[in-house]
Ligand binder design. Structure first.
Ligand SMILES: [Zn+2]
Ligand SMILES: [Zn+2]
Length: 285
């Protein structure tokens, strides 16, 4: 199994795409603008999309994905693309996106019998084998709207993504428990949306600053973890990189190596050490 980063920015800029991860060649976590860079031939192979929450930077490309391969899927006798999320998130996307005005309702089109997408509800804490040998767990998140994170594995250590979240003690408790249960996180992709100067805005918008992440990280007790910062606003990258020192200290105490998540990186689950990720920028040094 492998996970490729199609987008991981908290906003848009030249070459900065928003959240979208490709698992192998058939599954997505979120459908932000990173998906716009995926070739059509790969888009048409997507069968599963796990959505963290309904904010636009995480779902912007989903309507176009629903449309992209629909006739080929029908011709091949494949079922709809399964779109998984919390029930409230599915309702919001159906009411405000696939509502026949902003975009056609692909939950009943091209035909109610053979729609392009199928909405599949998930609950926080749920653990499912979405295809043979590939496991996903729905992690808690605390945002301004219903939201989750996800952990993915196929035996052995997991790759986890916090999604958009503010301070979130339930997440750290669950990551610690997963470690104790023997399927702990090897890679943790966390959001770090704002610099410390925007702490009050971060609190109001359900996001983490660098210093809030450092405080949160003190609750982590999950062995060695490669920690990747993501969802940074492109205009704040310089400020955040200048604020890293306290976070570095805590990360070192908690046996975490700090990295800056990069669009284009790929996490390999088989035969490659967790510390080895392509095009890596390590922030510990
Ligand atoms: Zn959000
Ligand atoms: Zn976001």
């Amino acid at each position: 199994m492998q996970i490729s980063v199609l987008g991981c920015a908290g906003g848009m800029d030249t070459r900065a795409r928003t959240t979208c991860f490709l698992i192998d060649d058939d599954t997505l976590i979120d459908a932000g603008t990173g998906l716009f860079d995926l070739p059509l031939s790969v888009q048409q192979g997507i069968d599963h999309v796990f959505i963290t929450h309904a904010h636009l930077d995480h779902i912007a490309a989903l309507p176009l994905l629903a449309d992209a391969g629909v006739r080929q899927r029908m011709a091949q006798g494949r079922g709809p693309i399964r779109v998984y999320a919390l029930p409230e998130v599915l309702e919001a996307m159906h009411a405000h996106l696939f509502n026949q005005q902003i975009w056609p309702d692909f939950t009943v089109l091209p035909t109610p019998q053979q729609p392009a997408i199928q909405l599949v509800p998930l609950q926080t804490g749920e653990r499912l084998e979405w295809t043979a040998g590939r496991w996903l767990e729905v992690l808690p998140a605390r945002h301004t709207v219903p939201a989750v994170g996800y952990a993915v594995s196929h035996g052995g250590g997991a790759w986890a993504f916090t999604g958009d979240t503010g301070r979130n003690s339930a997440l750290w408790q669950r990551l610690n428990a997963m470690h104790a249960e023997g399927h702990g996180v090897r890679w943790l992709v966390t959001e770090t949306t704002f610099p410390n100067t925007d702490q009050s805005f971060a609190d109001r918008s359900g996001h983490l600053t660098v210093s809030a992440l450092a405080e949160e990280l003190e609750a982590l007790d999950a062995g060695e973890v490669e920690l990747f910062l993501s969802h940074i606003k492109p205009g704040d990258m310089g400020a955040i990189l200048r604020e890293l020192e306290p976070l570095r200290t805590v990360a070192g105490q908690q046996r975490c190596r700090l990295h800056l998540l990069q669009q284009g990186q790929t996490f390999h689950f088989n035969g490659v050490p967790a510390s080895s990720v392509e095009n890596d920028i390590v922030l510990n040094i």
